[in-house]
Design a protein around this ligand. Sequence first.
Ligand code: MG
Length: 256
Amino acid sequence: MKLGRVASQDGVAFVAIEGDEGAQVAKEIAEHPFGDPTFTGRSWPLKETRLLAPILATKIIAIGKNYAAHAAEMGSEAPEDPVIFLKPNTSIIGPGVPIVRPPSSERVDYEGELAIVIGRPCKDVKAAQASSVILGYTVANDVTARDQQKVDGQWTRAKGYDTFCPLGPWIETELDPSDLAINTDLDGENRQSSRTSLMLHKVGDIVEWVSRVMTLLPGDVILTGTPEGIGPMEAGSTVSVTVEGIGTLTNPVVDK
Ligand code: MG
């Protein structure tokens, strides 16, 4: 099932998106999409709605250097254990919403990533049980002020600006995340092309590692790291991240 959030003539709602591309229908979900969602009976043609970020996370946890070729391009070894950091939930934007480059940074990069969306409250989850706490998967862009990441020593500022976490276009609940193509295009030119099978720490291990530290809540998002090919975005550009089996997340880039 594809779970999303839309703005329609009737307001904002969680929806299930069904049907073939071009003729998709957004069926309104009562209240929230966790557990067994129930439907209100209202629906809209998807093209008459605007897709919003598919979830409102209470927190975003991200994995650093989870692809060996990306660690190498950053000039470092891949760490043995996952390195995690937080992005504020105020950095989330939906498809089509501009990524805003702050004037304080001279280099704002894209990082295309597979994102895990948590489906229920959990703590100390074993890797083998991870799928039981996962609602589904979406596409993320872990936008990064690269110059500030280098000088600050920790990453809160570099990763935390408003608009620095595009998510979407929806959450795919029926997906094996173990070997999916992941691609990032900038202005139609391919910049990142890899597969999730090259992740050093796999989805189950990531959920185990993160949930050993903190309680995870429904809607929390875990970004699984970016492959090699990172690079800067300029105002006027358009960036698209595609994960096989989910879809494409596209955002324009502007200067503040
Ligand atoms: Mg990242």
